[in-house]
Ligand binder design. Structure first.
Ligand code: J2J
Length: 595
């Protein structure tokens, strides 16, 4: 399939027709589906953030009000807004307002810095950037300003939590965590700490910035008229709803264009599989721009069935447990590193009442079988393993699966029309039960990245299969076990880092002749980044040198290498690439010897 003029790559016509005929694609935009649900349960609580509680009626009124104000600022269908907000109510209102208008949110992370943000703005041709003011001591507004000044396309800067207090009465920025990936806060250290003590992010609204909190806080002056007007401009269900970021094996993250049809299916079907209903209380504590908490089933899946979404800017167990108890949370999603921390915390502090919790979803990285087995005894809820990807395919263990399946596999595709193939290096199917690389196609897995012809040629086959780069074993019972990967990526506590991107920065460091970034095993995060360096003759290169180059350039801190190994040369494979397998074994052996 060739890219459309717009740069997105959809499904072939006959395939799309099949997905419609099978009922996966409903032909309705996400905003439309959400409104239909809201109309059924206007007085149910839709969204909770600290002291703020919004019913569905109040949420819709705010969303419509925000959508009209975005229009007043000049934003129209297919315009892009790079969204870099912590887990606060404004994130939800802004994203829903965008969906209503057909404005496309580009899901950045609070941890992103100048390098990532300017790339996203440029690549998506964004007209707007939405940021917190100052978060964890970092001035996002100033960064957005700098990017806008350089990029002529941006004419709207939306700043949350500034100027006025949030409508929830909190001081600006206070309590809003999520400053870095999957909860990573302090430096690029522990992804599970919450960075308490970070200064509250009150900053003045610069002239020309728009107060996002105010924009999201008040209903349209005439709700009925607002609704009619927004219904009139509602986007087509085949249009792009959101741009997600890829896990990244190339220099910078690729954009994944998810349509209303496919993303609605993604959220609704996930909701069915996770047992969501009107009595669901979903806790969103991973950074909400990630596919997992956004739509698997996440906040969208919860709102589409009339449940309650609770947003929390920190995965810190003490805080999360208090919220679970207070809001009677029934389901939440975590990465394994955070799940481990919750289990540990429960052991030392069994006080909180977690009896409302029914399902703990864990995904984003491999959950060790022995950790999986602790979930029910320690937290008293069911475990659901999720092996997913922003590119589409979602595998879930089912709630009624036997314990052995739930604890030892990463589940199976959620849709009967998900196609999966496990192949060897030559691209031929391996005998069933043997490990190989996973390929997939399906009704919520687009056929290519946005404007990335070269990468698409590598990441997708001619017949539209997405090469996940994950090495899996398909068991006779249909469940997948993730055994490893053959992609050049580091999975740091669920946050994906492209080795190539780190190496590019290493090559900008003085004295570096050759560099290779690889994953090193880590008891807390699963993996961390280790950089092998061959220095130029007579030169020495330190870890701090490389980190300084990256910090000066302005990258997300979770991409900074955490160990540097100097070597005289790097082995190559037969085809002339650096032998990373050997390097991974080397660093694992060094770490073992140090223990
Ligand atoms: C091993 N590796 C896993 C798992 C993802 C739900 C859950 C996760 C993501 C996600 C997501 C894994 N065991 N259980 O989008 O909706 C690794 C694989 C995969 C890559 C995708 C969702 N779950 N992974 O993690 O786009 O390597 O999505 O290809 O960030 O994470 O990363 P990402």
């Amino acid at each position: 399939v060739r890219p459309s003029r717009a740069g997105t790559i959809g499904w072939p016509r006959d395939v799309a027709e099949r997905y419609v005929a099978r009922g996966h694609w409903k032909g309705r935009a996400l905003g439309d589906l959400l409104l239909a649900r809201a109309d059924l349960v206007p007085d149910a609580v839709a969204l909770v953030d600290g002291e703020l509680r919004l019913t569905y009626r109040e949420l819709v009124e705010r969303v419509d009000g925000a959508a009209l104000r975005l229009r007043d600022l000049g934003l129209r269908a297919d315009d892009r807004v790079v969204v870099q907000l912590p887990n606060r109510w404004e994130f939800v209102v802004l994203v829903l307002a965008c969906l209503r208008l057909g404005v496309i949110p580009v899901m950045a992370l609070p941890a992103h810095r100048r390098v990532e943000m300017s790339y996203l703005v440029e690549h998506a041709e964004a007209r707007a950037i939405a940021v917190p003011g100052v978060l964890r001591g970092f001035d996002h507004q100033a960064m957005a300003r700098e990017i806008a000044d350089r990029d002529g396309g941006v004419d709207v800067i939306l700043v949350a939590g500034n100027g006025v207090d949030g409508a929830d009465g909190r001081s600006a920025g206070a309590g809003a965590a999520g400053g870095s990936p999957k909860g990573d806060t302090a430096g690029n250290g522990d992804p599970t700490s919450d960075g308490a003590g970070a200064p509250p992010g009150a900053a003045d609204l610069l002239p020309g910035s728009t107060d996002l909190t105010a924009l999201c806080a008040s209903p349209a002056s005439d709700p009925a008229a607002a609704r009619a007007e927004l219904d009139r401009v509602a986007p087509d269900s085949r249009a792009v709803a959101v741009f997600l970021l890829s896990g990244g094996t190339t220099g910078l993250p690729k954009l994944i264009a998810r349509t209303h049809d496919d993303y609605a299916y993604n959220a609704l079907r996930s909701g069915e599989i996770s047992g969501l209903g009107p009595d669901t209380v979903y806790l969103g504590t991973l950074p909400l721009g990630h596919n997992f908490p956004l739509a698997c089933p996440g906040i969208l899946g919860t709102l589409l069935v009339g449940g309650t979404v609770v947003v929390l800017g920190s995965p810190d167990p003490a805080k999360a447990f208090a919220v679970i108890e207070r809001e009677r949370v029934t389901v939440t999603a975590l990465v394994p590193a955070v799940a481990q921390r919750w289990l540990d915390h429960r052991g030392t502090d069994p006080g909180a009442d977690l009896s409302s919790l029914r399902v703990l979803q864990v995904g984003g990285a491999r959950l060790a079988d022995h950790v999986a087995r602790q979930v029910r005894p320690v937290l008293g809820c069911a475990l659901q393993q999720v092996f997913g990807m922003a590119e589409g395919l979602l595998n879930y263990t089912r709630l009624d699966d036997p314990d052995e399946v739930i604890c030892e596999t990463q589940g199976r595709p959620m849709c009967p029309d998900d196609e999966i193939l496990v192949v060897d290096e030559a691209g031929l199917p391996v005998p069933r039960g043997e490990a190989g690389v996973l390929l997939t196609r399906g009704p919520y897995t687009p056929r290519g990245y946005y404007r990335a012809e070269e990468q698409n040629a590598r990441a997708f086959t001619d017949s539209g299969w997405y090469r996940t780069g994950d090495i899996v074993r398909l068991r006779p019972d249909g469940n997948l076990v993730v055994e490893g990967r053959d992609k050049d990526m580091i999975n740091r506590g669920g946050e994906k880092i492209s080795a190539e991107e780190v190496e590019n920065f290493a090559y900008q460091t003085e004295g570096v002749r050759q560099a290779a970034a690889v994953a090193m095993p880590d008891p807390d995060l699963g993996e961390r980044i280790c950089l092998y360096v061959v220095p130029l003759p007579g030169a020495t290169v330190s870890l701090d040198d490389v980190r300084a180059v990256m910090e000066r350039a302005g990258t997300a801190r979770f991409k900074l290498p955490e160990r540097l190994v100097t070597v005289g040369s790097l082995l190559s494979t037969k085809i002339g690439k650096i032998d990373k397998k050997a390097l991974r074994a080397d660093i694992a052996a060094r770490l073992a010897a140090e223990r």
